[in-house]
Design a protein around this ligand. Structure first.
Ligand code: MV4
Length: 447
């Protein structure tokens, strides 16, 4: 096992990775910007290196500074966490070229899944159902309209280099497609540095279902069940749950088997998540994330498997700690993402945390780097805490979640806790009856 790991991230996820390392007897190096000098993950780390000023491009995205910090401290491996450099194939390759282990998938798999057209093509080849679409990029209006007539209107224009919903456009007929195609190409070029776009049939009321996998790189793959991430606002997830209230056992088993067979053939290594749209009993692959995800704790709660520990073991060349038959899914788990934002306007609310009391008790987990007196910096995303609750049934989980939200005190800044409290009282959420658009309407109806 590694002696020392450099954690190239910040906030709650850096602390999450530190905790896994500490439990395994691995020393940690925290790299941080000047804005994060007093962060909890920095305080707890064995060694710390300041890698630059607050702006992420000068610190958390500064590859030369991160590699220097790894060399100076004698780290064996680098965990990229999520966001920042986690899905940058060139970074993964550079880390390895400098003699450090990259704790994540191989660069070629990161690169493959980073291009959404190539990812869909690979999925199709591996027997995973995808959304009917143009099967490749479209470059001009006549080519696009021909593809759209095959697919059937309405169609969705997506960027090949995109993901996460940025720059998507719905076209309901040929005229609208002709108008939106050049716009989408220009936006894709300016957002992602690549103007390539493709078309998909537009699913009107899908749910977002994703499945967590772990691979050893030798063809051994396990899946840890699905997460329902349909509750999003402006393409930001707010609450995730597992199992999905929408799936039955047969559908769940079909999806799990499909995914394991495909990734076995790919020889996938480390943690990954396949994203699907689910509508009318059908799954359609849209993207794969080649990294640890924010919402990984709900899967840990129902499986009892420490996903970050498995990532470290796999990267160190150990076999998977579990076979598929060892994976026992138990109960229900929900995660609320708590942001430093006004719960009505969603305006960021950085500043000093004057009072802090985290909830506890049976089935309650808080993944957060907050503490009383901490100053939430204004430079990064506003996720400050994840409240994760586990129960034997969905109903027990919901009751426990309401109780834990009521106990949680974060004073001095605005947070989205009040929104989560209202959400847990909404009939549609209680009934599990929601699609990817529902939360948008719900939050609009409150203000
Ligand atoms: C779609 C879709 C409907 N039809 N693709 C948005 C984020 C990106 N990962 C995929 N997204 C969507 N793709 C087809 N063919 C609807 C969405 C979508 C969505 C998906 C997941 C979660 C929230 C969403 C909110 C709006 C739209």
């Amino acid at each position: 096992m590694f002696d020392k790991v450099l954690i190239a991230n910040r906030g709650e996820i850096a602390l999450r990775i530190h905790r896994a390392c500490r439990e395994m007897g691995i020393k940690t190096v925290a790299v941080h910007s000047t804005a994060d000098a007093s962060a909890m993950n920095v305080r707890l780390a064995d060694e710390t290196v300041c890698i630059g000023p607050p702006a992420a491009r000068d610190s958390y995205l500064n590859v030369a500074a991160i590699l220097s910090a790894a060399a100076i401290t004698g780290a064996d491996a680098i965990h990229p966490g999520l966001g920042f450099l986690a899905e940058n194939a060139d970074f993964a390759a550079t880390v390895e070229e400098h003699g450090f282990v990259f704790i994540g998938p191989r660069p070629e798999h990161i690169r493959l899944m980073g291009n959404k057209v190539a990812a869909k093509e690979a999925a199709r080849r591996l027997g995973i159902p995808t959304v009917p679409g143009s099967n490749g990029p479209v470059s001009d209006c006549s080519e696009a309209d021909a593809a759209a007539r095959e697919i059937g209107y309405p169609v969705l224009i997506k960027a090949s280099a995109g993901g996460g919903g940025r720059g998507m456009k719905v076209a309901r007929d040929a005229a609208e497609l002709g108008r939106l195609l050049p716009l989408a190409q220009n936006e894709a070029r300016s957002f992602f540095g690549c103007g390539e776009v493709y078309l998909e049939r537009h699913l009107e009321r899908p749910r977002h279902i994703e499945i967590q996998v772990l691979g050893d790189g030798q063809g051994d793959i396990i899946q840890l069940g699905e997460r329902d991430c349909s509750l999003q606002r402006s393409h930001q997830k707010m609450l995730e749950e597992t199992p999905s209230p929408a799936l039955n056992c047969a559908e769940r088993e079909r999806l799990g088997k499909l995914v394991v067979a495909a990734l076995r053939e790919l020889g996938y290594e480390n943690a990954g998540t396949l994203e699907f749209l689910y509508q009318d009993g059908e799954f359609f692959f849209i993207e794969m994330n080649t990294r640890l995800q924010v919402e990984h704790p709900i899967t840990e709660m129902i499986s009892g498997i420490d996903i970050v520990r498995e990532q470290l073991r796999i990267a160190a060349g150990a076999p998977l700690g579990y076979r598929q038959t060892d994976v026992n899914i138990c109960g229900h788990a929900i995660e609320c993402r708590i942001n430093a934002e006004d719960s009505r306007t969603f305006k960021p609310s950085p500043g000093r945390v004057t009072d802090y009391h985290a909830p506890g008790g049976l089935g309650v987990r808080v993944d957060s780097a907050l503490y009383q007196g901490y100053e939430v910096p204004p430079y990064y995303d506003s996720l400050i805490s994840k409240l994760i609750v586990h129960g034997k049934s969905r109903n027990e989980c919901l009751m426990r979640l309401r109780r834990a939200l009521d106990e949680y005190v974060i004073g001095g800044i605005e947070t989205t806790i009040p929104l989560h409290q209202r959400l847990t009282e909404a009939a549609e959420f209680i009934d599990g009856d929601y699609d990817v658009h529902w939360l948008e309407h719900f939050t609009a109806s409150l203000s």
